[in-house]
Structure formats: structure tokens, C-alpha cells
Design a protein around this ligand. Structure first.
Ligand code: FAD
Length: 343
């Protein structure tokens, strides 16, 4: 008996969910097809910074965030250790500086080495003794490399890919189970009007002399500088914007100017850096991540949908744990035995 599963979306959420299902596919129970309008570049996931740290996930219950985060951290740490550099994962220490006095974040014990920045760090790394800040250690992922690796693993396990833009999930009624990982696309595809873009623009520059990661936040801006040290490419990610309700996926030259100028204020040597590329992504924010089963009737047929979208500014941070829970829902549906599976 084979159960046909269609995963909608080839961003980090769709790819990791498809791989979860295929990795656990004993006796070839599932036939998995990934349908997406965009693969690789063009997804929000490929535009991300991208570090592991909970950010902008609305009211998603903290115990769920913690579970997803800890599964993701374990997975990424192991992959990074087993394949140093090869799949785009490396560890980094980040200094955060703020002009206001923030309370410690709820996730401070989820990451190694969380502490307040010292007076010397403020002076050397920020040249401003009046700021507050934290220091922590986490993982950074080059999502293009990592998603290419996930894609290859899915192919090795027999997963299939289809490039197609859907106008409704009902178009997939021939599948036994649909897993909706459409990110910002869920706004019109579900449709779910609570999905709102938080537009992020970043640039990649060549600055091989730069080793230290840094985030600076005041009442008007947030600037970040993440060198990708491990790959010796000299590439440094500079960000960024967080524009709620902005659907523009084109580069905004005003944003480019502000990002570059703000990062140069923080680290003046960046003014000599060559700009390699700029990217934009729409963070799929919503009141909370949606991970649940929906049953619909389409042309007198009951269709089963597992939603896994709305990860806001933390899709990279939570992807693997969220994929594990989505896979559990696939198992739950398949064990109910009401699917019109092929015999
Ligand atoms: C600048 C920036 C920096 C970020 N930094 C971080 C960070 O440091 N850490 C972190 O955890 N997160 C970060 N994020 C957030 C993170 O990138 C997102 O949470 C994550 O990429 C969402 O992944 P996704 O797979 O849900 O969406 P996407 O990557 O957008 O994938 C959605 C997929 O669904 C497909 N799709 C959508 N609609 C349809 C349709 N109608 N028909 C067919 N296919 C469809 C798309 O083509 C695509 O393949 C950042 C985001 C941005 C923009």
C-alpha cells in the first residue's frame, strides 16, 4: 500500500519536511512529491541571514519553540561537525549591542555561552561605552548550500519535484495527504489573511579581513554583520530591514544605501568591501506558526492537509523540529486508515 504525499513548497520548511518523511519511510509506505513555484533562489529561505536564534514568531507557545529549536540545534550541530564547511554550516559568536536596556530574552539558556557583553567589548567592538548588549554562540547557515544538500538527499530517497504555481490547495485533491509549507504564499493559497510579510533586504559583500559578527539596534534601525568565516570565501552578510506589510520583492536602492552606511558606521573598514549581490525575502509572519491538520471537502472528496507555515523570522531556527512534528501528523493521518491509498 502506498500513500501519496504532496509537499507544497521548496523553502527550508518544505524541504526539511519532505526529507523527514522520506528518512522515516520504512517499507516505502510514502510516495513524496514536492510541488513549488520557486526552488533555490527566489525563496525567502535563500535570502536569509541566516542564524539559529528565535526571532519574530508571534505568540507561538514557548514550549513548542523550545522543542523545535532544540531539535534543530542538535541536527545542525551534528551535520556541521560531520561535514565541516561542505553543507554551509558554521558556528559563530555574535555580539549584540542595544541603545536601550532590554531584559534578557526568554531563550537565553537555549544557546551556549549567553552572557552580557563586557565594557571592553563595548569599547572595542562598538566604540560606544553607553550601549548595552549580549554575547552568544550559535550556528550560521548558508541556506543555498544547505538547501542544495537537502534537495540531493530527497532525490536519493526517491522524492520527486514538480515546478508549478498553485492557485488553491484543492488542485491537489488527488493526493492522499497534502503538506502545506508555502511560507508567505499561504496568504493566497490557503487562503490565510493573517499571514503578513516582514520584508527583509540584505547584501553580500567581500570583506575577507572581517572575522567578528555583530548586531546593533537603536530605536530606528537594526544592523547586522555576519562573516561566513569557515568557507574562506571572504563573504560577509550585511543587513537589514524588517518592513511589516511590504510585499516588494525588488531591491530598494534606498534600503541598500542605508544598510551599507549603517554597517560602515559600525565597522568603518567595510567601506572598502565589494558588493557581490543583494537579495530580498518576505518573512512569513502570522500570529503564531501554524502546524495542524485541516480536513476539507472538495467535490465530495475529503482532503487531508497538514499546515506547516508562518515561521516569521525564525524558519531557519525552527525548521528541523517543526518538520519532525509535521511528519508525526503525517503518521497520525496515515494510521487513521481512511485514506484512499493505492493498493
Ligand atoms: C533577510 C532575512 C533574514 C532572515 N534571517 C533569518 C535568520 O537569521 N534566522 C532564521 O531562523 N530565519 C531568518 N529569516 C526568516 C526565514 O528565512 C523564514 O522564516 C523561512 O525562510 C521561511 O521558510 P519557508 O520554507 O516557510 O518559506 P520559503 O522559503 O519562502 O518557501 C516557500 C515555498 O513555497 C512555494 N510556494 C508558495 N506559494 C506557492 C504557490 N501558490 N504554488 C506553488 N508553490 C508555492 C514557494 O515557491 C517556495 O518554494 C530571515 C528572512 C529574511 C528575509
Amino acid at each position: 500500500m502506498t500513500i501519496s504525499v504532496c509537499v507544497v513548497g521548496a523553502g527550508i520548511i518544505g524541504l526539511s519536511t519532505a526529507l523527514q518523511i522520506l528518512q522515516n519511510n520504512s517499507n516505502s509506505k510514502y510516495e513524496v512529491t514536492i510541488v513549488a513555484e520557486k526552488f533555490g533562489r527566489g525563496t525567502t529561505s535563500s535570502a536569509a541571514g541566516a542564524i539559529l536564534e528565535p526571532y519574530s514568531v508571534g505568540n507561538t507557545p514557548i514550549h513548542m519553540q523550545k522543542r523545535w529549536f532544540s531539535k534543530t540545534l542538535d541536527w545542525i550541530a551534528q551535520l556541521g561537525n560531520d561535514n565541516p564547511g561542505l553543507i554551509g554550516i558554521h558556528q559563530l559568536q555574535i555580539n549584540y549591542f542595544f541603545t536601550d536596556d532590554k531584559p534578557d530574552p526568554y531563550w537565553k539558556d537555549w544557546l551556549p555561552g549567553f552572557r552580557k557583553v563586557t565594557a571592553i567589548e563595548k569599547k572595542i567592538a562598538c566604540r560606544n561605552s553607553s550601549v548595552n548588549g549580549w554575547c552568544l554562540s550559535t550556528f550560521c547557515i548558508d541556506t543555498s548550500k544547505y538547501m542544495a544538500w537537502l534537495t540531493k538527499r530527497i532525490e536519493d530517497f526517491g522524492g520527486r519535484f514538480q515546478e508549478r504555481k498553485l492557485t488553491s490547495l484543492n488542485q491537489l485533491s488527488s493526493y492522499d495527504i497534502i503538506v502545506n509549507c508555502s511560507g508567505i504564499g499561504a496568504y493566497s493559497l490557503v487562503p490565510d489573511p493573517s499571514v503578513t510579510p516582514a520584508r527583509g533586504q540584505v547584501m553580500r559583500v567581500k570583506a575577507p579581513w572581517l572575522q567578528h559578527s555583530c548586531v546593533y539596534e537603536d530605536d530606528k534601525t537594526i544592523s547586522y554583520i555576519f562573516p561566513r568565516q569557515l568557507f574562506q570565501s571572504g563573504i560577509v552578510v550585511l543587513g537589514g530591514t524588517y518592513q511589516v506589510g511590504n510585499w516588494n520583492t525588488n531591491i530598494d536602492k534606498n534600503d541598500s544605501k542605508k544598510i551599507f552606511e549603517n554597517c560602515c558606521k559600525l565597522i568603518p573598514s567595510l567601506k572598502n568591501a565589494e558588493i557581490i549581490e543583494e537579495t530580498v525575502g518576505l518573512r512569513p509572519t502570522r500570529p503564531s506558526v501554524r502546524l495542524e491538520i485541516e480536513t476539507r471537502n472538495v467535490d465530495q472528496k475529503e482532503i487531508k492537509i497538514i499546515h506547516n507555515y508562518g515561521h516569521g523570522g525564525a524558519g531557519i531556527t525552527l525548521h528541523w523540529g517543526s518538520a519532525i512534528d509535521a511528519y508525526k501528523l503525517v503518521e497520525q493521518l496515515s494510521s487513521q486508515g481512511k485514506l484512499s491509498s493505492k493498493l
